[in-house]
Design a protein around this ligand. Structure first.
Ligand SMILES: NC(=O)c1ccc[n+]([C@@H]2O[C@H](COP(=O)([O-])OP(=O)(O)OC[C@H]3O[C@@H](n4cnc5c(N)ncnc54)[C@H](OP(=O)(O)O)[C@@H]3O)[C@@H](O)[C@H]2O)c1
Length: 254
């Protein structure tokens, strides 16, 4: 049986950094399956990591036909998934009333629906000490006026992860929600997300976020937060009433 890691969103940003660090930190893995729509970017990553066996899955996770392709491939190859990293995601900021419903569906399809389906498809192939790493966001902790659909999609991921982690405890499999603040990736280059003053100040490097995430996942932690900024946000979200927090968020983000 082949030992593998499967990384979605591997063509750029945090997902690509996961592939790089898994390639160097997990020499016993026989293959890393890298999934995203942009085949060329995945081929470039394969060339960069020439010593490592990368299997390229050029799939669109918002399409059921592509999810079915992944299901078939798993059934055919029957690998042992040591690491599953769900990093594919997208966002668009703006008032809900100004957004196109199709953009809202794209966020929900990739951030929630695809993450759920990929995780479910992989469950039969996980073994004791396998790790599931879900790239969530600090946005999961608070509703965000001006970025509402994205933040709500990430709250879904957080809730899903925590419950799944509990369900998988008896199998010796952990689920880690990675909840960073703003990270310096292509995420902000699409023109769909506003990189405001606050986000610019706290922009983290993907390398550090990923290093901490892998460390926390191996330690079996359910949450990985890089940087004191998001730790404080989480603490505030726990301590203060939501009405007050929404007022603050409105002042900052609207
Ligand atoms: N950057 C931040 O500030 C930040 C902060 C907190 C959380 N996050 C989360 O981190 C994750 C990774 O984001 P990033 O910062 O690395 O941004 P990114 O560089 O834009 O990466 C997003 C990845 O998702 C893939 N993707 C998007 N739609 C897809 C689809 N329909 N099918 C398959 N793959 C798809 C993209 O690949 P293709 O375009 O090739 O398909 C790309 O590899 C996301 O879940 C994001 O919500 C980011």
């Amino acid at each position: 049986m082949k030992y593998i890691a499967l990384v979605t969103g591997a063509s750029s940003g945090i997902g690509r950094e996961f592939v790089r660090q898994i390639a160097s930190g997990y020499p016993s893995l026989e293959e890393i399956w890298v999934l995203a729509r942009r085949e060329q970017a995945l081929l470039e990553l394969k060339e960069e990591l020439s010593g490592k066996q990368l299997k390229i899955l050029s799939l669109d996770l918002s399409q059921d036909t592509d999810l079915e392709k992944l299901e078939l491939l798993l059934k055919r190859e029957h690998p042992c998934i040591r690491l599953l990293v769900n990093s594919a995601g997208c966002g668009k900021s703006g008032l809900i009333e100004d957004q196109d419903w199709k953009d809202a569906c794209r966020m929900l399809d990739v951030n929630c629906r695809a993450l759920t389906v990929v995780t479910m498809l992989c469950l039969p192939y996980l073994r004791k000490r396998s790790r599931i790493i879900q790239v969530d966001s600090g946005a999961a902790f608070l509703p965000q006026p001006g970025f509402a659909i994205y933040a709500a999609s990430k709250s879904y991921v957080f809730s899903f992860d925590q419950a799944l982690g509990r369900e998988l405890k008896s199998r010796g499999i952990s689920v880690t929600s990675v909840c960073p603040g703003p990270v310096d990736t292509e995420f902000f280059h699409t023109g769909e997300i506003v990189l405001n003053f606050w986000k610019k100040i706290f922009l983290a490097k993907p390398k550090k976020v990923v290093r901490k995430a892998l460390f926390d996942a191996e330690a079996g932690r359910s949450l990985s937060i890089y940087g004191s900024y998001i730790r404080i946000v989480r603490l505030i979200a726990k301590l203060f009433p939501q009405k007050f927090l929404l007022w603050i968020m409105g002042r900052i983000f609207l």
